[in-house]
Design a protein around this ligand. Structure first.
Ligand SMILES: [Zn+2]
Length: 397
């Protein structure tokens, strides 16, 4: 993989003449140079190799991890002056890993895609992308844990916050005719949620509590209701996200801080745990998903889970939390975690979109042109976070 050529902010028309002396279409691209250093630029397109396809990008979502990179990165992209050990990319990198698009060029060895096809993209790279032998994770159908893991839009060549991208054909999944390109840009975050649900082992008719109604918490909620969970309780502290949780089908929404002001900061029992026990005949739920990652949510997740149940950690933690392992041992509970997704998860989400079992497009709270992605996307998600579930970025014509 080769990084895109660094170019300054030169008007596109002049740039075209400078590149070749003739006309080639330049790529509109949101490029990350470091914390709080994003630029919308026009860069020359990359070649399309024999096993790759070129996509005209339709929509790309902004992820919480993109915001973390903006505020305090580089976390996943290489540090200034360094190359990524597997992909070789250097700063600046094009951001965006939640995207959909249409095939506009097909490499000479690609047989399963054709020009005009609409696709979702699994942004994770694994051994196949480097032509390397499969590592233990890849042999175990856990390509999301590949030792050479990287991802388009953070630390591989190209990203979804651009007008086009060249990706390996194994990264693409063709969309059914009735799945829109808007919905397809939501497949990646929905696949994160489905991966956790699948690993948790929860079954139709069982009960769950979800801590945190951000985009991933809401995606878990929507998919649990679609698969037939009999009870889903949401714990959330902001009013706007509590409303979103009700809209996406939560059976009960509870604020864990409710009542604190009346009692001067101490409660006899956590309100979430109390409600879970009230609604489950004092048994607890089969699975508690922690999408907040706080000490208080981990404690409540353990306390809300029934005998033999599962506490599933979805959050990325900045520091270690405390846990008394007797709380697991004495009730034979399981503590698990999950990251990203595999092709199986993408296929399951696309099937749900095809069958119309999840109201995915209701997650979209704003669609912003790429030229306005910084103020209308990144800064909006920082300054007005609770008002949004998912902001999609659309390349300017
Ligand atoms: Zn691997």
């Amino acid at each position: 993989m080769v990084a895109t050529t660094t170019t300054a902010a030169i008007p596109p028309t002049e740039m075209k003449a400078m590149v070749t002396g003739s006309t080639i279409d330049l790529i509109q691209s949101l490029r990350y140079y470091g914390p709080k250093q994003l630029k919308v630029e026009y860069v020359p397109p990359l070649g399309c190799k024999s096993d790759e396809v070129r996509l005209k990008i339709a929509y790309c979502g902004i992820c919480g991890s993109d915001i973390h990179e903006y505020l305090g990165g580089p976390i996943f992209p290489p540090k200034a002056g360094h190359k990524h050990p597997y992909t070789g990319v250097q700063l600046p990198v094009t951001l965006g890993h939640e995207f959909s698009g249409t095939v506009i060029e097909v490499g000479s060895n690609v047989r399963n895609f054709s020009v005009g096809q609409k696709v979702a993209v699994i942004p994770s790279l694994d051994d196949r992308h480097y032509g390397a032998a499969a590592c233990f994770a890849c042999q175990s159908e856990k390509r999301n844990l590949c030792e050479k893991w990287a991802t388009y839009g953070l630390n591989a060549s190209g990203g979804g916050l651009a007008s086009e991208i060249v990706v390996n054909s194994v990264s693409c999944i063709a969309l059914p005719d009735n799945v829109s390109l808007k919905s397809a840009a939501l497949v990646e975050p929905l696949a994160v949620a489905w991966h956790c649900i699948r690993l948790s082992g929860i079954q139709k008719g069982q009960k769950a509590v979800i801590f945190g109604a951000g985009p991933i918490g809401l995606a878990i909620l929507m998919l649990l209701k679609a698969m037939g969970a009999s009870l889903v309780i949401i714990s959330e502290v902001t009013d706007m996200r509590m409303q979103q949780a009700r809209k996406f089908g939560a059976d009960h929404v509870v604020n864990p801080l409710a009542g604190l002001s009346q009692t001067g900061g101490t409660l006899a029992k956590d309100p979430v745990t109390a409600l879970v026990h009230e609604l489950t005949n004092d048994q607890g739920v089969e699975v508690a998903f922690d999408a907040s990652g706080l000490q208080s949510t981990l404690d409540a997740a353990i306390a809300s889970t029934r005998i033999g149940g599962t506490i599933f950690n979805v959050a990325i933690h900045e520091k270690p939390l405390q846990i008394h392992l007797n709380d697991l041992l004495l009730a034979e509970k399981k503590l698990m975690g999950g990251i990203c997704y595999t092709e199986e998860d993408f296929n399951a989400v696309i099937a749900a979109l095809r069958d119309g079992t999840i109201p995915a497009e209701e997650m979209i709270t704003s669609i912003v042109p790429l030229s306005k992605a910084i103020e209308g996307g990144f800064l909006e998600l920082i300054n007005n976070k609770a008002a949004h579930v998912k902001i999609l970025i659309q390349p300017d014509e």
